[in-house]
Design a protein around this ligand. Sequence first.
Ligand SMILES: *Cc1c(COP(=O)(O)O)cnc(C)c1O
Length: 407
Amino acid sequence: MTPKPVGPIPADYAGQAALTLGGQGVAALAEAGTPVYLYDGAAIAARVARLRAALPAQVGVHYAIKANPFAPLLAAIAPLVDGLDVASAGELDKAMVHKPASAISFAGPGKRDFELEAAIRAGATINLESEGEAARALAIGAGLGVAPRLAVRVNPDFELRGSGMKMGGRASPFGVDAARVPALVRRLIAEGADWRGFHIFAGSQSLDTDAVIETQAATVALAARLAEEAGAVPPLVNLGGGFGIPYFPGDRPLEVEAVGAALGEVLGQVSGVDFAVELGRWLVGEAGVYVTRIVDRKVSQGEIFLVVDGGLNHHLAATGNFGTVVRRNYPVALAERIGAAPEETVTIVGPLCTPLDRLADRVALPRAEVGDLVAIFASGAYGPSASPAAFLGHVPVREVLVPAPNA
Ligand SMILES: *Cc1c(COP(=O)(O)O)cnc(C)c1O
């Protein structure tokens, strides 16, 4: 049977014989129990440093915590970034453990009054998604006697090409249509709000370097146009993110150095305004590995199935059920024989009673036995918090942040 390809194993691990994070071997890391998500603190720090080196100095780095809200990971990344972006009152509470409210922004449609109030009391910036939300935030601020920190999320009139999730250029639950933004900004200022600027998010998971460059230039131009029409200088322009990571066969990494250089040219002509990018998966995605143990090895109609102790309940995305149209294989390997020659074609399934629970479909691996560890790479973002843990009632997944060796 011809095997199907798998996604590229991140460079940090591709050359290893047995998976090692922060100087610790996978066997030891998995000993306290599988399934387990391992997050590589050193790899995350290196990622932030690489991004900072690539970006112009006036562009801050924000972490969108919905990508991975695991508390030890947040504690590790928060000091390395300039801001945290949250999308609920629950995330706001988590973020405030690690950053002052002035470094936190709160986006997302359908913010309830209690969420607006929590953000305003704390002094976090609310990225307004509509005029209705603006009116509620202003009223809550007036009731509390404080000037709320309000930015306007813009639904841009363009979208990020080659983006997995499109968030612009069309009718959208996110943000205020660009044409109506200047009037809203004028109203916020007139009513005494502390206007914080614009939030413009045009898409997600793009690996197309030219498309990201083009979108950022268009975003800067749009912000300048809206500011001029509003007659006010935005303190901060949050350029959104959209930086993707390779998950699937043939995926090539985004060239962030080229993105940063191009942004530097665009911003060369701008002064007096701060900028930021907000990234989730690009910062943490490749630094996480989901490790499961083989519980059963069986053959059905000539096909080999390796049944492992976790699946869709912990890692919906790897099974192809979170925002993908066609199911393709994530990067996968036997955790203690990463580069070893393949000997057989197997399908790896989780323990759930549903045919959707398929972690790897007909992949070529060395011969694996019950008890061996399977590693699914590129798993540091949209893992446990984006998976239906309660479905079928299996034990919760463990998560471990592996610190850098000298940390
Ligand atoms: C989800 C989200 C992000 C993070 O997206 P990634 O693809 O993980 O980088 C950033 N900003 C906003 C507004 C989001 O909703």
